[in-house]
Design a protein around this ligand. Sequence first.
Ligand code: 5AD
Ligand code: SF4
Length: 475
Amino acid sequence: MNVETFPSGTGASGLTAGAAPKFMCRTYGCQMNSRDSEKIAGMMYALGFEETSDERAADIIIFNTCCVRENAENKIFGHLGQLKALKAQKPRLRVALCGCMIQQDIIVEKIKSAYSFVDILFGTFNLHRLPQLLRDSLETEGMVIDIWKEPVPKERGNTPDGLPTRRRHAYKSGVNIMYGCNNFCSYCIVPYVRGRERSRHPEDILEEVRALAADGVREVMLLGQNVNSYSPAGAAGFPELLRRVNEVSGLRRVRFMTSHPKDLSPALIRAMAECEKVCRHLHLPLQSGSTEILRRMNRGYTKEGYLSLISALRGEIPNIALTTDIIVGFPGETEEDFRDTLEVVDRARFANAFTFLYSPRTGTPAAGLPGRVPDAVAGKRFNALLDTLNKIILEQNTRLVGAKLEVMTEEEKGGIFTGRTEDNRLVHFTAGKTASAAGPVPGEFVDVKITEGRAHYLIGRQSDDQTGSYDGAIF
Ligand code: 5AD
Ligand code: SF4
């Protein structure tokens, strides 16, 4: 298919003659989905489309969906409902849905019956089919549905790699190192919608990272549902991959997510400690501090195991910042279980946390467990957890006042620059006297003197001198 298929100015978009047709892609969910959307954008540009953020100007609207919690699905259905009127006004508008949510049969049935104006449905395993599906949709009546139950055939590489990509940011990028998950945590739908673990070959990953670095990328985030079980056929595991990525010239920072506590090896801790580009930050989902709840979640570690892992990490990498995910209100969670979570939070000194109310997912084992925690009780616990976390994070950020931290600039709004420290803290800062007239540009590394610490970010100004570098302990 090419651009001609969407003749401009024919009523499809109201574009002036000669202008490129437009696509809009809305991304829901995690970094995996964000990276997939960069591949979607890459394919659309290769077809001659340009991106728009205005639904009314779009010839194609693509929703890349998430189903990890019910509220994500509700939000998507809400946004989808709003497209119905637009589609009635512009019959040639194409609406496509893809991603995790579409891998569920019940969702496909619901879309077929309640949102029949949708044109294309495809899943997580066949992203690369988008151009063909678009063509099919233009040539046929009715909904085009192409959902695979497993990854692409082995002879084609078994992963959706090698697609053109269009990065959201010039200076940073995600890089998929593996797909899928084998852990089957009892609450989680990911293994059902993203399939079993498949690891990319290290040479392919390194080639991609080198190309990104050559293209101006300063920070890469290695992506996998559980990077600690990265196991490519005939090649070494994640610690060795990290060491090799660390050697790519041009890169300044290497991050990765997500690590499962049950698989975090001493070899990985050592690699993190020894690789200077690997950031002093680890996202290590706790989920619950109660050993009994962890058992029912099928997490494979205990409260004590998690705490001793943290001690080992801090022993080897002083000042490492830990962030986490926590679920409140898992079936059967008692006050005592919840107090265990608060205790671990208190002892772990997390630098940030994503907190979630448990959401039953059809088809997962936990959805059938007895002991549903009433909403009011779960809500109260959720707020208590936030209070505890915010207090701990504010303490850390307050202790950073006066420190000089290296920040990678990400954006600017009204003279205020925003970026992140090596340990992933958000910093809002003003430009220094020595900065160029426009101030630091996205991707530029600057030293920032911290003047104020808040619970969710730091405030500072770009430093004009080279003294006062911070290396103290804040935990
Ligand atoms: N309910 C609430 N939170 C969930 N997560 C995954 N599944 C569920 C669920 N059913 C959270 C976990 C995971 C993060 C990405 O989403 O904390 O680490
Ligand atoms: Fe879900 Fe557990 Fe796999 Fe993470 S490790 S994606 S929480 S099943």
